[in-house]
Write a protein that binds this ligand. Structure first.
Ligand code: SAM
Length: 248
């Protein structure tokens, strides 16, 4: 049995380079010292959303201050060649957190939370949640070994987004909808696609009509109704499988 020690990965939102010494943010310090109980000279991996990740050693100054010195850099190539944007109907807190976590693990490039006819949460509540959503995405990227962080766009309503999407014909667009057609792979040359998933109550008939009228293909994710947090994981797994991203 291997006894290799797990090296924590930490997202740092600033430029990084070999030889650099930096103070770690308070929330990360608390986790490393208070929860993981790391000590002087412990190894960590830092990444900042580029293709690179950095090996670093810690120096514990006190309980609230930890300094990391970057000693190495590499480009591990764990990102998908297919850029996938997820339009995610805003759903209830736990379902939303689970959907964001799984979508990040599955290599989504960007997440657009969408207010729809049947969204269970209103616009005002949503603006307070964005910070939490960002933390969930960061945590999932740290845990899953991603080097890039999915972009989390500001919440918007479906009609505004559709008006904007009309100007971008280069993208292959799907909307997951029970009873939709077979999910056929995007063409070999496709580099960018978009998948829309509805909230707990699904999309309204009007919304489906607006989307199909804007170049979205309605696709099925199988004969059973999936929960709002399961559907993005299934759709992204299918797209990543078709793009070859899950092959090794
Ligand atoms: N009663 C809702 C309906 O019929 O649309 C169920 C909504 S489901 C809980 C949430 C979202 O997951 C749906 O809007 C859709 O985007 C996606 N979804 C769930 N199961 C699906 C399936 N079998 N095929 C396609 N999309 C599905």
């Amino acid at each position: 049995m291997g006894t290799e020690q797990h090296i924590p990965r930490i997202f740092i939102d600033q430029p990084l380079s070999v030889g650099q010494t930096l103070d770690l943010p308070t929330d990360k310090t608390h986790h490393l010292i208070g929860v993981l109980r790391l000590r002087d000279d412990a190894a960590v991996t830092l990444f900042n959303g580029t293709e690179e990740e950095f090996g670093a050693r810690l120096k514990v100054m006190d309980k609230r201050r930890v300094v990391a010195t970057i000693v190495s850099a590499e480009s591990p190539c764990r990102e998908s060649s297919l850029s996938i944007t997820l339009w995610l109907g805003v759903c209830k807190r736990d379902a939303m957190m689970a959907a964001l976590r799984r979508s990040t693990e599955l290599g989504v490039s960007a997440i657009q939370p969408v207010l729809t006819d049947f969204s269970a949460v209103g616009g005002k509540q949503v603006s307070r949640l964005a910070e939490k959503w960002q933390q969930v995405i960061e945590g999932a990227a740290e845990q899953s070994g991603r080097t890039r962080l999915p972009v989390l766009h500001a919440v918007s309503d479906l009609q505004t987004l559709l008006a904007r999407a009309m100007g971008d014909p280069a993208e292959t667009r799907y909307v997951a909808h029970p009873g939709g057609g077979a999910f056929s792979p995007p063409g070999e040359n496709c580099q960018r696609c978009l998948i829309a998933i509805g909230p707990e109550g699904g999309f309204s008939t009007n919304e489906i009509q607006s989307m199909t009228g804007t170049g979205f293909t309605a696709v099925s994710l199988g004969p059973r109704i999936l929960r709002a947090e399961t559907a993005p994981a299934v759709a992204l797994s299918l797209l990543q499988y078709m793009s070859g991203d899950l092959s090794g």
